[in-house]
Design a protein around this ligand. Structure first.
Ligand SMILES: [Zn+2]
Length: 339
């Protein structure tokens, strides 16, 4: 279990349930899930109808709102307003969970505020956010629960309890670079099988040409698939001619900013690992240790440092509205050295 149970109990201990909670922290959604269960079944027995329906994601009195695009939309909030009029059907409470509340537009936030100001008695709001940087008017209506970010080691220990194999654990640490918020994002999904997902992703990538591969970066919402795609692109770069590289750069300009950002992040870790491998340092991509060491021997340090500089300044330059295609072309041409 990844949540701080004491914190959960304190939150629920006060004689009555408040009508709105704001959970702040990188693992706020994981915490919210446990919190919701405690509201419907204080023992969190796992066996009663509430627990069963929650685990299947079909509890009629829980409405869990994730963002449909970049953020929760005003339409989604309006829908909640409508639904709030209907009393719970199976429990005493009806629970709304809203994710990533810090990203709400002002319009949506104001609309949410209307329900928060005069909610029906049976309604409980659980808002989650990475930071408490949200409208003060919303903040003031919520009980705020701040989560301590668990260290990677804590999470690794929890994962061990989940009976992941050593190989699966190692893989998870490689994919998430041991970053707690990345780990928390994928490692606690129900029925999550990291190695099966990895094998599946790798098998699918083989058949794709460079352009399809680049497009897949934007189409896949899976953290694991995005990592495997990035490494596959890097691996193919050295054998690509300049014309192919220009095409890949073009395809990259059409990606959503998040997908491009993931590609650059992942690439940046790869390049750092090459530098670390030269000096037998600790690697992030543990599962590619052998390949990194072989590759690192072929590269000179100045070349590598030059590539790293380009990787690191590219997002900065993109944000300043430079010519994105041109930036990506020169990035990829340089990355040809490290694939
Ligand atoms: Zn139960």
């Amino acid at each position: 279990m990844s949540v701080n149970l004491e914190l959960l109990e304190t939150a629920l201990d006060s004689a009555k349930l408040h009508h709105a909670y704001l959970i702040v922290g990188y693992e706020s959604e994981v915490f919210a899930k446990e919190f919701v269960q405690s509201i419907f079944c204080p023992e969190r027995c796992g066996k009663c109808t509430h627990c069963q329906k929650l685990s299947k994601g079909v509890h009629p009195d829980l409405i869990w709102v994730t963002k449909s695009g970049k953020r929760i939309s005003i339409d989604q909030i309006r829908q909640l307003q409508q639904q709030a009029l209907y009393a719970p059907t199976e429990a005493e409470r009806k629970v709304y969970v809203l994710e990533a509340i810090e990203d709400l537009s002002l319009e949506a936030a104001n609309s949410l505020l209307k329900i928060l100001e005069q909610p029906p008695k049976y309604l409980v709001f659980i808002l989650t956010a990475r930071s408490a940087n949200i409208l003060p008017t919303i903040l003031s209506r919520c009980q705020v629960i701040r989560l301590q970010s668990s260290s990677a080691t804590d999470i690794e220990n929890e994962l061990k309890e989940k009976e992941f194999s050593g190989e699966a654990l190692d893989y998870l640490m490689s994919v998430t670079k041991g970053l707690p918020h990345w780990l928390a994002r994928i490692a606690f999904l129900d029925g999550f099988q990291p190695l099966a997902e990895r094998d599946n992703a790798r098998a699918n990538l083989k058949a794709l040409d460079e352009i399809k591969l680049t497009q897949a970066l934007g189409e896949s919402g899976s953290f694991i698939a995005q990592r495997e795609i990035t490494l596959e692109i890097l691996k193919r770069l050295p054998a690509s001619n300049s014309a192919q590289i220009l095409k890949i750069a073009k395809a990259m300009t059409e990606l959503e900013p998040e997908a491009l950002e993931r590609f650059i992040q992942e690439t940046s870790y790869w390049c750092r690992d090459l530098l670390a491998a030269r000096e037998d340092g600790t690697l992030f991509n543990r599962d590619f240790s052998e390949m990194l060491h072989t590759q690192a021997k072929k590269l000179s340090e100045p070349v590598l440092i030059e590539v790293i500089k380009t990787v690191e300044t590219t997002p900065w330059a993109i944000q300043r509205n430079a010519n994105v295609q041109l930036l990506l072309e020169s990035l990829l041409l340089k990355l040809r050295a490290v694939g």
